[in-house]
Design a protein around this ligand. Structure first.
Ligand SMILES: NC(=O)c1ccc[n+]([C@@H]2O[C@H](COP(=O)([O-])OP(=O)(O)OC[C@H]3O[C@@H](n4cnc5c(N)ncnc54)[C@H](OP(=O)(O)O)[C@@H]3O)[C@@H](O)[C@H]2O)c1
Length: 319
C-alpha cells in the first residue's frame, strides 16, 4: 500500500483527491493547518502542516512516498507568499526523498509566461518542480464543473434558471469535475512517462454555453438558458465575493480576473478547450460529462465559497 500526503485536503479539490485515493486503496494522510479540522472525513489520518511553518514539513512528510499538492490562489493572495510556501515544501520534499509529487495546478498553465499572475506563478512552480530532485507531474485542469454550484454561479441557476458565466457564446469549454481531476492525478502518479510532464486536462466534451445550459437542464429536469456574463461584471462580483472587507484586494482580484478572462475568451484556441481523446485512451479513463455530473449534484446543493484573500497582496503587485 502506498502512502500519500494530500496537501490542501481541506479544500474541495484536495477532498476529492482524498476520496479517490482511499477508494483506490492508498494509505492517505490529509495535511491540515488546524489539528482536528472537521472537514477531514472520519477514518482519514491527518497531520499538521503549514507551508509557512517549515518545522511542520519534515514530520508531515515522514513515512509517505507520494504527495498530492494543492495550493491556494495566487490571484487572491500575494504570489510571493504562495511561492515562499511552495519553496519551503520543495526543500523538505527533496530532503525527505519523496518519490513523486503530483501537483494540481488548479488551472490552465501553458508552456510560457502570459503576463497573468495566477498563470505565471503556477508556471514558475512547475518549472521549479521539474528542476528538482523529486519526480513530479503537473496536472493543469482548465475549468471545474463544480464551479457551477459555487457562490458566483449557483444563485442565478437556482433562482433564474440561467447559466450566467463570463464565456463568449461560441467558446467551447471542456468542463471537468473535481473527482475526475483526482482520478487523473491518481492515474499519472505511478506512470514513469508522466514524470516532468505538464498535462493540461479537461472533461470529455467541449461545450458552448447554450450546450452546457442544455445539459444541465436535462440533468435537473428544467429548462436552463445561457447568458454570456460581461467579463467586467463577473470580475467585479468576484472581487466583492472573495475580499468583501478589503477594497484594495477586491480591486486587484477584479483587475486580474478581468484580464485573464478576456484572454480565455479571445485566445485561439482557447485555454478552456482541450482534446482529451489521446490522454483518455492512454490511461483507460472515462470522464464525466456535464450531464452525468449534474445528475449526481442536485441544484439544491450549495457550496460555501472557499478560498479568498488570506494574505493580501502588496501594493503595486504586477499582474
Ligand atoms: N479551474 C477552475 O475552475 C478553478 C475553480 C476554483 C478555484 N480554482 C483555483 O484553485 C486554486 C485553489 O483555490 P481554492 O479556493 O480551493 O483554495 P483555498 O481554499 O484557498 O486553499 C486550498 C487549500 O490550501 C490550503 N492552504 C492554504 N494555505 C495553506 C498553508 N499555508 N499551508 C498549508 N495549506 C494551506 C487550504 O487549507 P485551509 O482549509 O486550512 O485554508 C486548502 O485546503 C486557486 O488557484 C484557484 O484559482 C480554479
Amino acid at each position: 500500500m502506498q502512502g500519500v500526503l494530500v496537501i490542501g485536503a481541506t479544500g474541495d479539490q484536495g477532498a476529492a483527491q482524498v476520496d479517490v485515493l482511499r477508494a483506490a486503496g492508498w494509505a492517505v494522510v490529509a495535511a491540515v493547518r488546524q489539528p482536528g479540522d472537521p472537514r477531514i472525513p472520519p477514518g482519514v489520518d491527518s497531520v499538521p502542516l503549514d507551508l509557512h511553518a517549515p518545522e511542520t514539513l519534515a514530520p508531515a512528510l515522514a513515512g509517505v512516498d507520494t504527495v498530492f499538492l494543492n495550493l491556494p490562489s495566487a490571484s487572491f493572495n500575494d504570489p510571493e507568499w504562495i511561492l515562499q510556501g511552495f519553496e519551503n515544501f520543495l526543500k523538505a520534499a527533496e530532503k525527505a526523498a519523496i518519490s513523486r509529487i503530483v501537483f494540481n495546478a488548479s488551472l490552465y498553465v501553458g508552456p510560457s509566461e502570459t503576463g497573468h499572475v495566477a498563470h505565471d506563478t503556477r508556471l514558475r512552480i512547475i518549472e521549479r518542480l521539474f528542476a528538482s530532485s523529486v519526480d513530479a507531474t503537473a496536472v493543469c485542469p482548465v475549468i471545474f464543473m463544480d464551479n457551477l454550484l459555487r457562490g458566483w454561479a449557483l444563485p442565478s441557476l437556482r433562482d433564474r434558471q440561467v447559466l450566467s458565466y463570463p464565456h463568449n457564446p461560441d467558446l467551447p469549454v471542456s468542463w471537468i469535475c473535481l473527482s475526475d481531476v483526482a482520478r487523473i492525478m491518481l492515474a499519472v502518479a505511478t506512470d514513469p512517462a508522466a514524470v516532468n510532464r505538464r498535462l493540461v486536462v479537461g472533461g470529455p466534451e467541449a461545450l458552448r454555453g447554450e450546450q452546457t445550459a442544455a445539459a444541465l437542464g436535462r440533468a435537473w429536469g428544467r429548462p436552463i438558458r445561457f447568458e454570456s456574463l460581461p467579463v467586467a461584471q463577473f470580475a467585479r462580483q468576484m472581487g466583492q465575493l472573495f475580499a468583501p472587507d478589503d477594497p484594495a484586494t477586491a480591486a486587484r482580484i477584479e483587475r486580474d480576473l478581468a484580464a485573464v478572462y478576456r484572454w480565455y475568451n479571445e485566445s485561439v484556441p482557447s485555454p478552456f478547450t482541450v482534446d482529451m481523446r489521446e490522454f483518455l485512451s492512454r490511461y483507460s479513463l472515462e470522464l464525466q460529462t456535464v450531464e452525468t455530473w449534474a445528475k449526481a449534484h442536485p441544484l439544491s446543493q450549495e457550496y460555501i465559497p472557499t478560498g479568498g484573500a488570506r494574505h493580501p497582496q502588496s501594493a503595486g503587485q504586477a499582474s
